[in-house]
Design a binder for this molecule. Structure first.
Ligand SMILES: C[S@@+](CC[C@H](N)C(=O)[O-])C[C@H]1O[C@@H](n2cnc3c(N)ncnc32)[C@H](O)[C@@H]1O
Length: 256
């Protein structure tokens, strides 16, 4: 997959630890191995160190490995794959596709990802305007992250496949019941994307006992973490163990 210069859009060629275009715009790879092509001074700097650490701890305990395996079953080793909002690469690093790119705005996430996974090129960039050539990917993934609709369609080859993993209705319902007086179910309406057709929706579900620090780490991974009061967060400490539903929807779209 070709990476384009964020300044002039010419192809970037990698030599050693840097990438340069024919107009001599040059970008060095960070010592961990990721490439920073983010020229936009955006407010959004992705997930912070604490959030990444919590997610890494939780995911490395294997609770979501059944989701990772399910997505892996939808991929082919000859695929060129782009993981939009790849975080610290828990999923990206696992897939055995021949050509993989992970994009995220979190420096902490990409430092970890690129240090531990040399099979993927990690790019520090927004998923909403990324530096990749159009129609370069067989598959594009988004796992628990914003859906960059226009970029997904632009990046996919004709008949290429977009895979979206998102929470199903009752995902983490027991955790919400512990914290909130009136817990609500997640919205699961179909997300329409112009240029793509939804061809499959795969629900997968498991209940697992989660204990101790894993409960806090899990809560920190959720969007509720930033909007919940300290008083409600303290309720997490009132249980030693909780049986929690992990319910996901995997939506599969094809570009027409
Ligand atoms: C909930 S995490 C999911 C990470 C990963 N897909 C996973 O499931 O482990 C959401 C990720 O989106 C990234 N993110 C949010 N907005 C972004 C944007 N505009 N461009 C790139 N990454 C973004 C965050 O830094 C974070 O790593």
């Amino acid at each position: 997959m070709n990476i384009l210069c964020p300044v002039c859009k010419k192809k970037l060629i990698r030599t050693g630890n840097s990438c340069q275009c024919e107009n001599r715009h040059c970008f060095d790879l960070a010592k961990e191995g990721y490439l920073n092509l983010n020229l936009h001074n955006s407010q959004n700097t992705g997930d912070n160190q604490d959030m990444i650490k919590a997610r890494r701890n939780f995911l490395n305990r294997g609770y979501y490995s059944f989701l990772r395996d399910e997505i892996d079953g939808l991929l082919d080793e000859n695929d060129s794959l782009i993981d939009l909002a790849c975080g610290e690469g828990y999923y990206t690093s696992f897939f055995r596709c021949k050509d993989k790119i992970g994009i995220d705005l979190s420096k902490t996430g990409l430092k970890y990802a690129s240090k531990h996974d040399k099979s993927t090129l990690y790019l520090l960039n927004s998923i909403f305007h990324n530096p990749l050539e159009e129609e370069c990917a067989d598959k594009v993934l988004t796992i628990f992250a914003p859906v960059a609709k226009e970029e997904i369609v632009r990046l996919l080859k004709k008949n290429g496949v977009f895979i979206l993993a998102r929470p199903d209705k009752d995902h983490l319902i027991e955790l919400k019941q512990l914290i909130y007086e009136h817990p609500y179910l997640n919205e699961t309406e179909e997300i329409p994307i112009d240029g793509l057709q939804l061809i499959n929706e795969i629900p997968i579900k498991r209940k697992e006992k989660v204990a101790g620090q894993d409960i806090t780490d899990l809560f920190m991974m959720t969007p509720y973490y930033n909007t919940t009061s300290q008083k409600d967060k303290d309720k997490l400490q009132t249980v030693d163990e909780l049986e929690i539903s992990f319910s996901f929807l995997i939506d599969v779209y094809r570009k027409y």
